[in-house]
Ligand binder design. Structure first.
Ligand SMILES: Cc1cc2nc3c(=O)[nH]c(=O)nc-3n(C[C@H](O)[C@H](O)[C@H](O)COP(=O)(O)OP(=O)(O)OC[C@H]3O[C@@H](n4cnc5c(N)ncnc54)[C@H](O)[C@@H]3O)c2cc1C
Length: 401
């Protein structure tokens, strides 16, 4: 019987364990994770949970009882410290070790620190884990002011949640616009307007030179005072274990479309991987729940020897105020953008095209555009741009004949 050891009990690791049982793996499964909670969803940590609209049970991927019922040996508060690929063992921080036939690495990513004076202060907040979210929630409320360094999705969602809890929020972004790395100018402008309309102060082109738990110093010498400072400047792949075990890494563990690493007995899944994206013909590191689930299926299927899932178009979502943003595809090789609908109405989509093919869609409160856009990307269907921009033409009809 093949024994599978999974390191990292987050969205990807927890899902590998569940898919293995679902696909009929009947050998031992050990699921060891650093955190003390069973696998849970992180997206609500900056959204519903932070606003008090979801409890802990609502966060869990599956109830704790699931692991015993499925004969999955779940070990919380267990940190792997090294891998010996020759002996096929993993050592843990409590001095114990575990053997494996197949190892699955699912150690996720970690919040990037600010490489600036004060950037390593322990009272600065970050938002990656439930514990981080509990710390953040404890400092939000009427009369409080939160400064967020970084205008990415997590920072903007946290600012929106802070407002919902009655706190003031200021977002400090170095780039000329929020979401600069990840979204179109149209989308950045839309969300900037929405945040400002709800009282969030947004500073763009603002270079931070030092941070402290009670304020952020900018390059012009001004200080943004706050009761708490949240640093949301991206995430780094947790690939140190893999690198020291000699696995091929390139800003993330390099895997193939079956989530296999350069060692045939080791798989890797989730935020920590650099993976092929067949639909776009590129290798990329994705940080999303759909990616964690897709790779969990790939690894579990390969381990039990059944066909893997069909390749998916990468997708992602973000909730801010009453707006649901859904993004499918990657915009890197786009040569133009087409806006469908009017941002002022709060429902619109930005399509990124390469020639007459859609490569990415950003849809705000526009599920039909998201769904149809995802299909167009998956099938590389040519579209007629004039029709795409015309709301009177249905999404079904925009595909060129
Ligand atoms: C605040 C927030 C909001 C988000 N919102 C969205 C969203 O709206 N939509 C979306 O698609 N995605 C969102 N994401 C991203 C999504 O949650 C991640 O992509 C997903 O959790 C990745 O799963 P993972 O298992 O790879 O990593 P994780 O879920 O981070 O799990 C990795 C686990 O491995 C553990 N670990 C690390 N090192 C070790 C070790 N040495 N030994 C044992 N255990 C270890 C960690 O403690 C952690 O529990 C959000 C993330 C955050 C933080």
């Amino acid at each position: 019987m093949i024994k599978v050891l999974i390191i990292g009990a987050g969205h990807a690791g927890g899902s590998v364990a569940a898919f293995l049982r679902q696909y009929g793996h009947d050998g031992p499964i050990v699921l060891a994770g650093e955190e003390d909670a069973p696998p849970y969803q992180r997206p609500p940590l900056s959204k519903a949970w932070l606003k008090g609209e979801a409890d802990l049970d609502g966060l869990l991927l599956r109830p704790l009882s699931f692991y015993a019922e499925q004969n999955i040996d779940f070990r919380p508060s267990t940190t792997a410290v090294s891998i010996d690929p020759k002996a096929r063992t993993v050592a843990f921080d409590d001095g114990s070790s575990e053997t494996y036939d197949i190892l699955v690495l699912a150690t996720g990513s970690t919040a990037r620190k600010l490489p600036l004076p004060g950037g390593d202060h322990p009272d600065l907040l970050e938002l990656r884990t439930l514990k981080d979210a509990e710390r953040l929630k404890a400092v939000l409320g009427p009369g409080k002011r939160l400064a967020v360094v970084g205008g990415g999705y997590v920072g903007l969602e946290a600012a929106a949640s802070a407002r919902a809890l009655g706190a003031e929020a200021v977002v400090i972004e170095r780039a000329p616009r929020v979401l600069a790395r990840v979204a179109s100018e149209t989308l950045s402008a839309f969300f900037t307007d929405q945040h400002r309309a709800r009282g969030v102060e947004i500073l763009t082109g603002a270079e931070v030179t030092a941070v402290a738990p009670d304020g952020v110093t900018l390059a012009d010498g001004s200080v943004v005072q706050a009761d708490a400072v949240l640093v949301g400047v991206g995430a780094l792949a947790c690939d140190a274990l893999a690198r020291s075990a000699g696995l091929a890494c390139d800003d993330g563990v390099v895997v193939d479309e079956q989530a296999r690493t350069s060692d045939p007995t080791v798989f890797a899944v989730g935020d920590m991987t650099r993976r092929p994206i067949p639909v776009h013909g590129v290798h990329h590191r994705l940080e999303s729940v759909p990616n964690a689930l897709e790779q969990a299926k790939q690894a579990a299927a390969a381990i039990v020897g059944r066909p893997g899932p069909a390749p998916e178009v990468p997708w992602f979502w973000s909730d801010q105020y009453e707006y649901k943003l859904q993004i499918a595809g990657l915009p890197f090789d786009a040569d133009r953008q087409v806006v469908r609908g009017e941002p002022a109405t709060g429902s619109f989509a930005v399509f990124h095209l390469n020639g007459d093919r859609v490569v990415c869609v950003e849809a705000v409160n526009a599920p039909p555009e998201f769904m149809a856009g995802k299909q167009l990307i998956a099938k590389a269907t040519p579209v007629e741009v004039v029709k795409l921009a015309d709301m009177s033409v249905s999404m079904k009809a925009v595909a060129a004949q």
